[in-house]
Design a protein around this ligand. Structure first.
Ligand SMILES: C[S@@+](CC[C@H](N)C(=O)[O-])C[C@H]1O[C@@H](n2cnc3c(N)ncnc32)[C@H](O)[C@@H]1O
Length: 320
């Protein structure tokens, strides 16, 4: 028997460490950087003036997948401001040895990329796309915590974890009569991020909710994905990507403890629609009728429309 948190941590680790293809049509899911290079370029455009201010700017990316976001950001700076590219160091924190191999290959043209296991002290930006949703959650309901038996059955036991109790109190969730997911690992990650930033920013893009939206998820938000479809039996079926939506209210609230100030919190749609590079590309593609441009335009629309509301963007600053 183990807590759902430990069960999810084990499953996610097994999943990402295994060498099977996870991304694109051959794998289990598409992420925005996999859809089109404009996603990474737009993030680079958004961060440009802020990064330029630092003498030795650093980007630290958490959970870099196939390295496409890193590639598109670095290519953008290489084109727009080669001097910034020369000054920039790009660090990657990644759990999967198989994906690190892919990242090394994809990023082999850049000599300023390094892989880290600990977060060094940096001035710059810590960023991630679909990383926090892979961190494990405690699942609680009405004073009980969810455990998983060795046979894959759900078992509810009295909630004893003091940090989980404290979280429920602080977030005002104590009296809710629904499943609530508590991501203490997210809070700990946020603290690590804040400690790493001497000064700079934290940019987090993921699907998630706020406290006000919690009633929409009476049965929680944990899902298992395999080959682009939702799986029913997350306990007995292996080899799938388990994730839980990110509680953005909690990250904004706990961020205050670590000196992280919320600068911006919005949907991915509004975020992208506010970035000049994204709008220019959207306009250029909409005037071009070549099959490639039509295909790319539809991918950009996916980022704006079907992903646009589910995905949210949190941008926090520290020491600025
Ligand atoms: C859903 S993928 C997203 C990849 C990429 N950011 C993208 O948008 O395409 C999650 C990434 O986080 C990594 N990851 C998951 N859990 C992690 C952990 N605890 N520590 C470091 N990396 C982790 C995975 O190996 C993978 O690269």
């Amino acid at each position: 028997m183990k807590s759902f948190r430990d069960f999810m941590a084990e499953r996610v680790r097994e999943y990402y460490v295994s060498p099977e293809e996870k991304f694109s049509s051959k794998g289990d899911f598409f992420t925005a950087p996999e859809l089109d290079r404009v996603f990474g370029e737009s993030i680079a455009n958004f961060l440009y003036h802020r990064l330029k201010e630092f003498e030795s700017p650093v980007i630290l990316e958490l959970g870099a997948g196939r390295g496409l976001l890193a590639r598109d950001i670095l290519n953008y700076y290489g084109k727009e401001d080669p001097d910034l590219l020369k000054r920039l160091r790009y660090l990657i924190y990644e759990i999967s040895p198989a994906l690190i191999e892919v990242q090394r290959e994809v990023l082999s043209g850049f000599d300023n990329v390094l892989w880290v296991e600990e977060f060094p002290q940096i001035e710059g930006v810590v960023l991630s796309n679909e990383f926090y949703d892979a961190l494990p959650v405690h699942v609680v309901k009405e004073g009980k915590e969810l455990y998983v038996s060795d046979e894959g059955e759900e078992v509810w036991l009295s909630l004893e974890d003091e940090r989980v109790k404290e979280f429920l109190k602080r977030m005002g969730y104590e009296d809710l009569s629904q499943r609530v997911e508590v991501c203490i690992d997210c809070v700990d990650m946020l603290e690590r991020v804040a400690r790493a930033l001497t000064k700079g920013y934290h940019l987090l893009i993921d699907y998630g909710y706020t406290s006000e939206e919690l009633p929409r998820f009476q049965e929680g938000t944990v899902v298992g994905y395999k080959k682009h479809s939702l799986r029913g039996d997350i306990y007995r079926e292996g080899g799938m990507d388990l994730s839980a939506q990110v509680n953005f209210s909690a990250l904004m609230e706990y961020g205050k403890d670590f000196g992280l100030r919320t600068v911006l919190f919005d949907s991915q749609r509004n975020f992208l629609a506010s970035i000049p590079h994204f709008l220019t590309e959207l306009e250029t593609l909409s005037f071009d009728e070549s099959p490639e441009s039509v295909e790319r335009l539809s991918r950009l629309k996916t980022m704006l429309i079907s992903m646009g509301d589910r995905f949210k963007v949190l941008f926090q600053s520290k020491g600025l």
